[in-house]
Design a binder for this molecule. Structure first.
Ligand SMILES: Cc1c2[nH]c(c1CCC(=O)O)Cc1[nH]c(c(CCC(=O)O)c1C)Cc1[nH]c(c(CCC(=O)O)c1C)Cc1[nH]c(c(C)c1CCC(=O)O)C2
Length: 347
């Protein structure tokens, strides 16, 4: 299927584009009243994730309603631990909770390396349905959590300010930590390869808890596994978004991936210099900028576009859009990227 709008994929591969492509992390979610309407007819978040027709519907909503240049499949990074045998619950307003966590070697041995079709077939089906329904309008992004971030949730059992249990294990039981990371990585590789088979045009790896590790631990317990994942996906571009990992930018220059996501703490010029000419950068407006008035949103967006320049940039926020953001403010961001980035190329 020929894509009608392939700006996002061309920018990912480092090709020149007529304007800068734009999408938002967490665009398929609570910012849209149309999402909340679908969601409110259901028991909970998981029912939406596990019903492919509905997951597909909310995946496409931001393409229709916001005009983004890519769709990201509606799912969650926590479907992977669940497929391995550790079920999660999503508590309203609070976030995810794992009733059982991983503490011992025996716990790790009891986890299975999941089979994508058998254990995560609902995500693959959602991708296939979405691909058909998109009819080539925009590319479709598949995703998974980085092994370290999944590990952190499995040990901790929920979000945490410090993730001190997960970080402690890296000092006290490094071999055990590697055993668990190995199992997560093997599952994630098979899962992402299946997503590509099901129609994903690009894969994004979310390392949401990258920023809490010291650089040396990051290299050993996270970067090494992300590198394996990138190597296992030779047929599509890969984006690595490691939140807070400013200390690893020189390492990321050597990752066999095409795109690096930047959060809003990152200095754009410094990141560009560290990553070199062969990476496309994605990001990185502060999601809080979208709470300001239209004039300020335009000003901040233009400042960001100027700092990245016209080449090798995919416009996005520095993290997921916050759920109480006004969709008209999101549209202002998107339209500013589209208009200004085209002018910028003509100037
Ligand atoms: C850490 C993480 C999770 N999930 C994800 C990450 C990595 C990105 C990041 O750092 O934000 C990734 C994710 N989660 C979701 C998507 C869908 C696609 C998209 O980006 O639009 C994606 C890509 C849906 C979701 N995942 C979740 C929601 C909100 C729940 C709801 O709608 O009821 C959505 C739309 C729930 C979720 N899921 C997770 C948490 C901590 C929470 C609770 C916080 C919150 O409520 O926003 C785990």
């Amino acid at each position: 299927m020929q894509l009608k709008n392939d700006l996002f994929l061309r920018a990912a591969r480092g090709e020149k584009t007529e304007r800068t492509p734009v999408w938002l992390m967490r665009q398929a979610g609570r910012i849209l009243p149309e999402y909340r309407a679908v969601r409110s007819s259901l028991r909970d978040f998981k029912e939406l994730v596990e019903t492919p027709e509905l997951a597909s519907e909310v995946t496409i909503q931001p393409v229709d309603l916001l005009g983004v240049d890519a769709a990201i499949i509606f799912s969650d990074i926590l479907v992977v631990p669940e497929a391995m045998g550790l079920t999660y619950e999503m508590q309203e307003q609070k976030g995810p909770i794992f009733p059982r966590t991983v503490q011992t070697l025996k716990d790790i041995e009891q986890l299975r390396e999941a089979d994508p079709e058998e254990d995560l077939g609902y995500v693959l089906e959602a991708l296939r349905i979405t691909k058909r329904a998109l009819n080539g309008r925009v590319p479709l992004i598949g995703f998974a959590g980085a092994p370290w971030t999944i590990f952190a949730y499995m040990i901790e059992g929920s979000g945490s300010k410090t993730f001190s249990k997960a970080r402690k294990m890296l000092y006290t039981e490094p071999e055990m930590a590697h055993k668990l990371l190995r199992k997560i990585t093997n599952t994630t590789i098979k899962y992402l390869q299946a997503q590509v088979q099901a129609g994903a045009n690009l894969i994004q790896v979310f390392d949401s808890w990258a920023g809490i590790l010291p650089p040396e631990h990051y290299r050993t317990f996270s970067y090494a596994y992300i590198k394996e994942i990138c190597e296992a996906l030779p047929d599509v571009p890969v984006t690595v978004f490691a939140k807070g990992a400013f200390f690893s930018m020189h390492d990321f220059a050597n990752l066999p991936c095409q795109v690096i996501g930047l959060d809003w703490n990152m200095n754009i010029a410094e990141a560009r210099a560290a990553l070199g000419p062969d990476k496309t950068l994605q990001g990185n407006l502060d999601p809080c900028a979208l709470y300001s008035d239209f004039a300020t949103i335009r000003k901040e967006t233009i400042k960001m576009l100027d700092a990245f320049g016209p080449d090798r940039h995919i416009a996005n926020l520095g993290h997921g859009v916050y759920p109480d953001t006004n969709p008209d403010h999101v549209r202002c961001f998107i339209n500013t990227v589209k208009e200004y980035s085209e002018q910028m190329r003509k100037a």
